[in-house]
Design a protein around this ligand. Structure first.
Ligand SMILES: Cc1cc2nc3c(=O)[nH]c(=O)nc-3n(C[C@H](O)[C@H](O)[C@H](O)COP(=O)(O)OP(=O)(O)OC[C@H]3O[C@@H](n4cnc5c(N)ncnc54)[C@H](O)[C@@H]3O)c2cc1C
Length: 647
């Protein structure tokens, strides 16, 4: 009978389900599984009624006010910072961690101030590999050493990856990464490992990993060394524009009411009896010193954590072990078809990778002990090391002349240290996975370590710690933690096709210099303005940088500033105007390095664009000639750290 076997199979499965359900254990498994599933779902997609009923602060839940459409300027924020009597929380450091803390605390209803010595993200947070990841290497460690903590770390980071990509859809994207296998055993090893990674991600998975045969791998990634290649395993992780996420975090915090000021550094701490109650802050442009008072101080200064701790107590035990990582930028043909490549273990046990990023290729990295400096410098030997490590996996030469930029970042690896004795008695160790939270005798909270991917969880933990240790001072929050679902500025519409409507709604006004011949027969120079369409490359770039705020930038480009800053990149003059007026960019470097990413992408192009950036900024900030020259000097000094020099 046709289909008989299938019928029999269905019937047998039905019978088995029936017997399973009849058994008490079966019922427990099914009902228990469903309950766990629903609980996890509610945890991940917490609707308001669940937060009200089961959340930590359900009795005081109040609606979050809307995000301001225009974030106050730095001048306004600075005025507020100087005039406010007292804040609940003062955050020192405007990297991923500090900006995340400011956003978390302000949306819970606290009065928050954040001061950043340079620009938001100017530290390690603009110098990362730009991956939003669970950490495949931790998973290997978990499996090989039966390390439960490493497994928990990957699990948590994969959840955070999901929240990260949800709150900043425009600044993030899933990325296909190939793992080439040159030994037979590597195929099942990497395949099984990456399947376990998918499994652990569960509903947070971006796309399942899969094996690709040698011939297909070479079609996708033709530059891969084919000698000995057995195939590749492709898996997915997230990717981001780190500095722009950082700036967006700070601006979103400001948009919800935090006072957030860049180019202001903490010089010393204010103490009331033995407790830290604020800081003496210096405006880096004017040199003016002023006091900011607060009930709680949170130190989120990354590699500089111990420097601030030394202002709190004499000769503190070191919490940070700095390690430097260098990246280089190569042309786009090193990441064909938008695929990345990672070699988890080279012969000498290093990880090397080449990832597509902003139309070019990001490759790295080194890991070596370093001194802590504000502008770390990559050396020739680092660049050579990366090129040499990559070469065995490529069948085209990767040459020194292919390197467009090179930059270094300091990883603030944190280690657990002893806490103040009295606090220790009252607390379980405030160690949270790979980040460390330390509370000093003055109740200053220092948070360091972790990774970009987990900035949100780090911020949540830091604010929870502040509440726990200072409840009598700052009181209960008005709301529970909001940040799993709270879109960052520009991230409130996740549909990437938004860029098409931007492209169709705007033109850009461009100017071009022309040589004409006058009635006297002499040639003369003239500038002509004309409209050009907002082509796909620019519209996509605007969407990926500004999200739903892209039309505001496009409008500026339409009115006057539609020229590109450099012919090879989609950055527009309009972005300088937008950055300086709406995103608290105060220097040419703020624009070149963190509002746009030109300095990180192409050292020479950034140098060429710098004079026009300074000209545009000087119109907005009314700079005199002296300031313009100073800016140019600073640009040269900074860009010198965006290329390798001999040691
Ligand atoms: C090479 C490299 C690659 C990495 N790749 C990844 C990756 O792919 N994915 C990932 O998840 N993580 C990655 N990380 C880790 C991640 O970048 C860091 O964990 C994260 O950026 C640290 O952020 P932070 O805010 O703690 O520190 P920072 O970003 O360094 O911020 C600290 C801020 O404090 C400010 N500051 C210092 N002193 C003062 C003062 N006196 N007053 C006011 N402000 C002050 C500084 O100017 C700085 O802006 C990488 C790290 C490195 C080094």
């Amino acid at each position: 009978m046709p289909g008989f076997e299938n019928w029999w199979l269905i019937e047998r499965t039905r019978q088995r389900v029936k017997y399973f359900w009849r058994a008490p254990l079966g019922k427990i498994i099914v009902i228990g599984g469903a309950a766990l599933g629903i609980r996890q779902y509610l945890k991940d997609y917490t609707p308001k009624w669940y937060k009200n009923t089961f959340g930590n602060y359900r009795h005081i839940f109040t609606e979050l006010p809307p995000l301001l459409s225009d974030v106050p300027t730095r001048d306004d924020q600075l005025k507020t910072l100087k005039s406010e009597q007292e804040y609940d929380i003062l955050v020192i450091g405007g990297g991923a961690t500090g900006s995340g803390i400011a956003l978390d605390a302000t949306t819970r209803g606290y009065k928050v101030a954040l001061v950043e010595r340079d620009d938001f993200g100017s530290g390690t947070s603009s110098r990362s590999t730009k991956l939003i990841h669970g950490g495949v290497r931790y998973l290997e460690r978990a499996a090989l050493h039966l390390d439960k903590q490493a497994l928990a770390l990957v699990y948590d980071a994969l959840r955070e990856r999901k929240y990260f990509m949800r709150v900043a859809p425009h600044l993030t994207n899933p990325l296909a990464i190939m793992t080439p296998c040159y030994k037979f055993w590597e195929v099942p090893y990497y395949w099984a490992g990456l399947k376990a990674y998918d499994l652990l991600a569960g509903s947070s998975s971006l796309q399942s990993s899969y094996f690709v045969s040698k011939s297909k791998s070479l079609k996708e990634f033709p530059i891969l060394e084919k000698e000995g290649l057995k195939g590749t395993v492709v898996y997915y992780d997230g990717q981001m524009d780190d500095a722009r996420v950082n700036v967006s975090l700070a601006l979103t915090a400001a948009g919800y009411g935090a006072t957030v000021v860049n180019h202001c550094s903490v010089q010393s701490l204010i103490k009331d009896k033995e407790f830290a109650r604020g800081a003496v802050v210096r405006d880096e442009f004017t040199g003016e010193l002023f006091e900011v008072h607060s009930k709680v101080v949170i130190n989120a200064t990354g590699a500089f954590t111990d420097e601030i701790r030394a202002k709190d107590q004499e000769d503190p035990e070191k919490m940070i072990e700095p390690s430097s990582g260098v990246h280089i930028i190569l042309p786009s043909f090193f990441s064909p078809n938008n695929h990345g490549m990672i070699v988890p273990k080279t012969k000498d046990g290093r990880v090397v990778f080449m990832l597509p990023w902003k139309g070019l290729t990001l490759a790295g990295t080194t890991e070596s002990p370093t001194a802590i400096t504000q502008y770390p410098q990559p050396y020739e030997k680092d660049v050579e090391f990366i090129l040499e490590s990559l070469q065995p996996f490529l069948r085209v030469p990767v040459r020194r002349t292919d390197v467009l930029a090179a930059w270094s970042g300091i990883r603030p690896l944190a280690r657990e240290i002893n806490m103040n004795k009295t606090l220790q008695q009252r607390s379980t160790a405030e160690l949270s996975r790979d980040h460390v939270i330390h509370i000093s005798g003055s109740k200053m909270i220092s948070i360091a370590g972790g990774k970009w991917t987990t900035y949100r969880k780090m911020a949540e933990d830091a604010v929870e710690t502040a509440i726990k240790w200072n409840l009598e001072d700052i009181g209960k929050p008005k709301r529970a933690c909001q940040t799993k679902f709270l879109p960052l500025i520009g991230g409130d519409y996740p549909d990437a096709f938004f860029y098409i409507s931007v492209a169709q709604s705007f033109d850009r006004m461009r100017t071009k210099e022309k040589i004409k011949v006058g009635s006297d027969g002499k040639p003369f120079k003239t500038t002509e303005a004309f409209f050009a369409p907002l082509d796909q490359e620019i519209a996509l770039h605007l969407w990926h940088s500004y999200g739903t705020r892209a039309p505001q930038v496009a409008e500026i480009a339409q009115s006057r500033f539609g020229n590109r800053l450099h012919e090879s990149y989609p950055y527009l003059e309009a972005e300088v105007v937008y950055g300086a007026t709406k995103e608290m960019a105060c220097t040419a470097i703020d624009i070149l390095a963190r509002r746009t990413r030109l300095a990180f992408l192409d050292h020479e192009a950034a140098l060429e664009a710098a004079p026009r950036v300074i000209e545009l900024m000087s119109e907005i900030h009314h700079w005199n000639d002296e300031r313009k020259q100073l800016e140019m000097k600073r640009v040269h000094k900074f860009l010198n750290t965006m290329r390798a020099v001999p040691e």
